[in-house]
Design a protein around this ligand. Structure first.
Ligand code: 13P
Ligand code: SF4
Length: 355
């Protein structure tokens, strides 16, 4: 990053790709990986744009107009990014928005790799930019093409449903995609009593409970490191302080956390629930970024994060500075080779055809 690109103020991070959370053969964090992850998580929680935010935001908006760009930001993005984005949403909303975009020449996708990849697959004529190459979802890396092929050979003729938190090459091997917002509907729509679903084991178990179908998780152990941080004990403590609070939980959380929830759903479904609910206090079981939107949309309501350390370091790699540089230099362009994209597109389109 050079000084003519960004104002002097604002801190820079030194995390470089690949930024993955490795697991041992049993899919558990090995001790070293856990330490690295926790250190990075702590670092991520201290990132701050200390000054120049307004000027930087103005410069991004000017550049965006000059270059005819659209900025899409996930609900987990930093507040200052959400505030300059054209659209803030959950994974399905952002994919649909990218797919339907006609006018913009560039789509800047402030989120993680698999979301930008889906945008490039669904709208291949647009230049899709991922501001930081290292912003990769570790869960998406947990399901390889080899693992899908192995599971298919063990369960022939069993439909494969893949969470959008997967890489394009994995999507190309599945029958239909789903997100946390529609996984129950997608699996219900599949004409089979048994399905393979990956990579998130907690989501697979949630869908099995909701649909009554047999949902086989692939791999057996897939997980989101950020959502695994939530513990039901934290909810109990907050509940004792705010007994009237409604509890909202993401399906990537453990079953014990889901049981503690009054509502289980995607990030945008939580935003809708909070708006429509009579409750005025909420305990939130998902990544901390969503609290910005919740508080902005509901200034009279109170929101408490169920666990203060619930930060997705991958999502937080995006900063205003990096978005500015990304737009200025038109990097990093996300492309998916057409032989893979055409199969992945079909799986995504089948999901969109459901509604
Ligand atoms: P949503 O679809 O709920 O936004 O979730 C995406 C995600 O990565 C959750 O960790
Ligand atoms: Fe991936 Fe979890 Fe981060 Fe979502 S919160 S992008 S699933 S690591």
């Amino acid at each position: 990053m050079t000084s003519d690109h960004v104002p002097e103020k604002g801190c820079e991070t030194i995390l470089e790709p690949p930024f993955l959370v490795p697991a041992d053969q049993n899919g558990k964090f090995c001790f070293a990986a856990k330490c690295i992850y926790l250190c990075i998580r702590l670092e991520a929680s201290t990132f701050r744009v200390e000054g120049g935010t307004v000027a930087l935001a103005d410069n991004i908006l000017k550049l965006k107009a000059e270059k005819n760009a659209l900025i899409l930001a996930h609900n987990y993005q930093r507040p200052e990014i959400q505030d300059i984005a054209d659209y803030v949403g959950d994974s399905i909303e952002l994919s649909r928005r990218a797919m339907e975009e006609k006018d913009a020449r560039i789509i800047v996708f402030s989120a993680v790799d698999f979301m930008a990849e889906s945008a490039a697959i669904l709208n291949p004529k647009k230049k899709v930019l991922l501001p930081v190459l290292g912003a990769r979802c570790p869960m998406a890396q947990m399901l390889t093409v080899e693992e899908i092929k192995r599971s298919k050979s063990q369960h022939p003729r069993t439909p494969v449903v893949l969470y959008v938190n997967t890489l394009a090459a994995a999507k190309a091997e599945c029958d239909i995609c789903c997100t946390s917002a529609n996984a129950v509907e997608v699996v219900s729509s599949v004409d089979a009593d048994t399905v393979l679903l990956g990579p998130d084991r907690n989501l697979a178990e949630y869908v099995q409970r909701k649909t009554g179908k047999t949902v086989i998780p692939i791999p057996e152990w897939g997980f989101c490191p950020t959502h695994l941080l939530f513990q039901p004990e934290d909810v109990q403590i907050l509940k004792s302080q705010h007994p009237e609070a409604a509890v909202m939980v993401h399906p990537e959380c453990t079953f014990e956390m889901q049981k503690a929830g009054d509502f289980v759903g995607s990030t945008s479904q939580m935003c809708r629930y909070a708006k429509e609910s009579k409750a005025t206090t909420f305990i939130v079981g998902t990544e901390e970024g969503v609290l910005h939107r919740l508080r902005k949309d509901n200034p009279a309501k109170k929101f408490f994060l169920a666990y203060d350390g619930a930060v997705c370091p991958n999502m937080k790699l995006n900063t205003l500075e990096r978005i500015y540089v990304s737009l200025k230099e038109e990097k990093h362009v996300v492309t998916v080779p057409e032989p893979i994209a055409k199969h992945a597109r079909k799986a995504l389109q089948r999901m969109f055809e459901l509604k």
